[in-house]
Design a protein around this ligand. Sequence first.
Ligand code: GRF
Length: 216
Amino acid sequence: MMRIAVMVSGGGTNLQAIIDGINAGKITNTEICLVYSNNPNAYAIERAKKAGIPTAVKSPREFENRADFNAALLQILTDVNPDLIVLAGCLVVIPEAVVEAFPNRIINIHPSLIPAFCGTGYYGLKVHEKVLERGARVSGATVHFVDAGTDTGPIILQKPVMIRDDDTPETLQRRIMEQAEWKIMPMAIDLIANGKVRVENGRAVVDGYDELLDTL
Ligand code: GRF
């Protein structure tokens, strides 16, 4: 059984997709051992509690400096020692020490097709605002491993979503969640839980990827 810790900051719809995926048997061989939030008011925490999952809330604001917060965060994670850390709408910059402690064992969902519209400052609605500003015709979502950079780690899965003329950042955000994020995040977790993903020469290799394409 792969034990995962899910890190969140907000509404937690991706967390919900993971919980539902496990309950529906779409994500196999996986249990959530912890949901962590930096934000005590995150609705994601309510979702975790309703599902009977242990939670931890620790905000950087509780600490005098970032180094102390980073040490506390590392401690929370090493205490549960998950096989995989899943960033599901987590706005905390993951400290280098955490990345080093969990090499190729942290994944993130980003709401664009990396390497477009990603990197520092690209989070939340801003991503979709920039996509529309640029007049892009397609966007989507990406699940990738987390390395020391911002949105630079090996890409595991991506799914495109077509942009409509009448899209607003809000409608695009919602459609990307429904059509892409809530599908590829559970799928990536299931693949990892079943030993089907490895990193080779800085790229993620997914066993049976071409057959998977029909189900994406
Ligand atoms: C999603 O758009 C995700 O891609 C991004 O943050 C948002 C989180 O939404 N990283 P939710 O909290 O899962 O509802």
